[in-house]
Design a protein around this ligand. Structure first.
Ligand code: ZN
Length: 69
């Protein structure tokens, strides 16, 4: 079962926000609505959801590999 809902936690200020992930694209940038920090994936991660979200992105859930590069 694939979940498209992920809660992103800002590493700078700790703000949490539930976001809906796109099914077929990875999101490289995410701006925290609280502190305006622009988050980028950590090395080895394919998108901001894999780095900061409560759930990995759909392509990682399906195939355990990023399909978005
Ligand atoms: Zn923040």
């Amino acid at each position: 079962m694939i979940t498209r809902d992920s809660v992103i936690t800002c590493p700078r200020c700790g703000h949490r926000k539930a976001e809906r992930m796109p099914a077929d694209a990875c999101q490289w940038f995410y701006e925290c609505e609280s502190c305006r920090e622009v988050l980028k994936p950590e090395p080895g991660d394919c998108c901001v959801f894999c780095s900061y979200g409560s759930a990995k992105c759909p392509s990682m859930q399906i195939a355990n590999e990023p399909r978005c590069k």
